[in-house]
Design a protein around this ligand. Structure first.
Ligand SMILES: [Zn+2]
Length: 96
């Protein structure tokens, strides 16, 4: 039997491990721009968040973005990420 490990990543809020595909990747590129990376393929420093609404709320409320990427982040970027995460949360809610 092959011991193939699934790619797992840690949610930066709850610190639980999830299948990579169940997480949303947020990436900082070399220009310091923060954005959602649904493909998981953008070059840059990535952070993962699970689809739990509590994690998404905490992530946005406590400004995990700035802490995670250790830099000031424009409110516009935070709003963009917030809106994108909401869309993802909503679409997953409808499918269930
Ligand atoms: Zn989480």
């Amino acid at each position: 039997m092959k011991n193939r490990k699934k790619p797992e990543r840690t949610c930066i809020v709850c610190r639980n491990k999830f299948d990579k595909r169940d997480l949303t990747r947020i990436v900082k590129n070399k220009d310091g721009e923060i954005f959602l990376d649904p493909t998981g393929k953008v070059n840059g420093r990535g952070a993962y968040i699970c689809s739990n609404p509590e994690c998404i709320n905490k992530f946005l409320k406590k400004n995990f973005l700035e802490r995670t990427f250790k830099q000031k982040i424009e409110p516009d970027s935070v709003n963009t990420v917030r809106e994108e995460l909401k869309k993802i949360a909503n679409s997953e809610g409808k499918m269930n």
